[in-house]
Ligand binder design. Structure first.
Ligand code: WTA
Length: 650
């Protein structure tokens, strides 16, 4: 066995104290797939319902009729479950610990305070004409007001659409128009790593774009008091509006299948799609996974270092932890500011027991050496977690040894915006760990591996990861486009959910996720469609054609490699390369900035004119010895030229 197939067995004392040990996992897992109704009816008791559901599971993955409903005759309110029901026992317990970008700033918000603020904001939104089924767009920094805004929407049955604060005005505008939001909630500026990002300016710019005149009100959180433009009648200060509102606000009983939020994510084709998540199943799944996967116990301080703009922030900063009455830490800044020891210092400062972060963050720290952790002890840690991309065994070992002092198990959680919560993951008291391996399915999740023709592969194997049946946290549709939902996830292989990921299953039946097999990039754990970046580039006046692929990047996991064919009369200069990088950055956002641009006099194409990305990926990765079958190329000399002029020489 090589070092990287090392096994880290479950710690015996953890197995004894954890919610779930290995025997219990096997027993509950079997029940969850053999008798889902009984399993999920029992689990549904974790939530407080206005009407407890009679019907539990009613789902179909058949491509002619994709229809997913859980607890369909149940009624509940998500904000009530995250706030009101905790007041009696936990009113004075911290709900949110906010740690500012500046290490001298932090704030503690109790459940009682959060409940009050959310109720006021909910009333304020109602007064602005927002009610059941209306959408509200949030474009926010990592401040408690972001969680308040999400919960305030949930309280009155409005549907939030959070747009990551790193997206450009155009990207924001597209999402506002698609979701038809009449209210946008933002801040003057966000602060990350000592730098300001002009959120309100971006909103102003977005609202000049076509179709955005649906927006009637912009609520602005005063974060930095930086200078901003103001449009009377449209713009209102968040605090003024909230302070003036009553804190008496009954939570509206919603059907379990009423939408809770939309979240846009990238696919292999077209514009980002708004995944629709609903109320009952989503909340239950977020709560159950949060408690079992992190073995959360009352009193633990829990920290998920994601941004609320992504699904990880929705399920594991806000909904899962608050449904469980947990203390959730929200960090405004970045792990490397003001120094590389920041994560450890935050753990010590707030006694963090559970730390959930990304492989990219770990690799970025690892590059600076172990001594960066000397400034903290991290004795409070019990469980670690990672999410967003495959974790390489070296980064896993470093996280385990240097951050976790070789005593905290790491939960490598595989899941997606579409899945709502963890799908394949270890459990702290139940699963033996293998660095780099997501291990076993969560309750109710039935993974399978298929070949390109959709045939089920058994035993130890490699292939495409699909899920055979529904689980409660699953997205129900794409906003305003159910057909696209069916096309994207249920038509590649009949009757199953296609994840877009490749995986390997080993002899013990453990799953190793190998990454996307479609045209989706995963850069620093951020999902991006190659088609989006390409359409941005071809919109530039000098560009005739563009092809975007990922290539292995030491820290980011994947980098963005772009091949550009210029228009005939255009001079290929370094200045133009810089200009194109800036173009994409401005068009989509900094996370989409290309790492490399290579001039391509021609693209490798099939005789029917389709770009052969497989070849472009190999050239970008410098794997030119194994280009595979090139006999279908229309013009093989194109490939030689591309190899010759490859951007990064080995
Ligand atoms: C990848 C993030 C390997 C995967 C929650 C998936 C992972 C995509 C892991 C979803 C993991 C996420 N190991 N790959 N533990 N977690 N991924 O929608 O390719 O932003 O399809 O959701 O991230 O990204 P998304």
């Amino acid at each position: 066995m090589s070092e990287h197939q090392r096994l880290y067995p479950v710690d015996a004392s953890l197995a004894a104290s954890a919610w779930v040990d290995a025997d219990r996992y096997r027993e509950l897992y079997r029940q969850s797939v053999e008798d889902p109704d009984t399993f999920w009816r029992e689990q549904a008791k974790r939530l407080d319902w206005d009407r407890f559901p009679d019907t539990i599971k009613n789902t179909s993955f058949a491509s002619r009729n994709v229809d997913i409903r859980w607890f369909e005759d149940g009624e509940l309110n998500v904000a009530y479950n995250c706030l009101d029901r905790h007041l009696e026992r936990r009113g004075d317990q911290p709900a949110i610990i906010w740690e500012g970008d500046d290490p001298d700033q932090h704030k503690i918000i109790t459940y009682r305070e959060l409940h009050q603020r959310v109720s006021q904001l909910a009333n304020a939104l109602s007064a602005l004409g927002i009610g059941k089924g209306d959408t509200v767009t949030l474009y926010m920094p990592m401040v408690p007001e972001a969680a308040m805004a999400m919960l305030a929407c949930a309280r009155i049955g409005a549907v939030h659409s959070v747009v990551f604060g790193g997206f450009s005005p155009d990207a924001l505008a597209g999402r506002i128009v698609d979701s038809r939001s009449r209210v946008v909630i933002t801040a003057d500026e966000s602060v990350r790593g000592g730098k300001q990002v002009p959120l309100k300016d971006n909103v102003d710019a977005a609202l000049t774009r076509e179709g955005t005149d649906v927006v009637e009100t912009v609520l602005v959180v005063k974060r930095t008091s930086g200078e901003i433009e103001w449009q009377d009648g449209r713009d209102r200060w968040f605090d003024e509006v909230v302070d003036a509102a009553s804190s008496e606000c009954p939570a509206v009983a919603m059907n379990a299948e009423d939408p809770l939020f939309i979240l846009y994510t990238s696919g292999s084709t077209g514009t980002p799609k708004g995944l629709k998540h609903t109320s009952g199943g989503y909340l239950l799944y977020a709560a159950l996974t949060h408690e079992t996967v992190f073995d959360y116990h009352p009193g633990d301080v829990y920290w998920c270092a994601a941004d609320v703009g992504w699904i990880t922030g929705h399920s594991y900063i806000v909904y899962g932890p608050l449904a469980n009455g947990a203390t959730t830490l929200m960090f405004e800044g970045v792990p490397t500011y003001p120094d590389h020891g920041r994560i450890g210092k935050i753990v010590d400062k707030h006694n963090v027991a559970i730390l959930y972060t990304s492989p990219t963050a770990i690799r970025a720290l690892m590059a600076h050496g172990e001594h960066i952790m000397d400034s903290s002890q991290r004795d409070s840690l019990k469980v670690l977690g990672t999410v967003g991309e495959p974790i390489n065994p070296e980064a896993w070992e470093w996280f385990y040894r240097v951050v976790g002092n070789s005593r905290c198990p790491i939960m490598d959680t595989w899941w997606q915006t579409e899945t709502g919560g963890h799908m394949i993951t270890p459990l702290p008291g139940a699963t033996d760990l293998k660095p780099g391996c997501a291990t076993q399915p969560f309750f109710g999740v039935q993974p399978a591996v298929v070949d390109n023709d959709g045939h089920r592969l058994e035993g130890a194997t490699d292939g495409n990861l699909v899920i055979l049946d529904s689980w409660p946290g699953q997205a129900r549709s794409i906003w305003n486009n159910h057909e696209r939902f069916v096309q994207t996830y249920f038509s590649t292989y009949e009757g199953v959910y296609f994840t877009g990921d490749g995986c390997r299953r080993d002899e013990q039946g453990d799953y190793w996720i190998t990454g996307r097999i479609d045209d989706v990039l995963n850069v620093s754990g951020h999902r991006m469609g190659t088609a989006e970046i390409e359409s941005s580039l071809v919109a530039h006046e000098s560009v005739a054609e563009a092809a975007v692929v990922g290539y292995p990047h030491d820290i980011k996991g994947q980098g963005i490699y772009v091949y550009v064919t210029l228009n005939d009369d255009v001079e290929p200069t370094d200045e133009l390369k810089q200009a194109l990088k800036q173009w994409v950055r401005k068009d989509i956002g900094p996370i989409a900035t290309p790492d490399f641009i290579q001039w391509a006099p021609g693209m490798p194409k099939t005789r029917s004119g389709k770009i052969m990305r497989r070849i472009l990926r190999k050239i970008a990765a410098n794997e030119t010895d194994g280009l595979g079958d090139t006999s279908t190329l229309a013009d093989p000399s194109v490939v030689e030229d591309l190899i010759e002029n490859r951007h990064i020489k080995s």
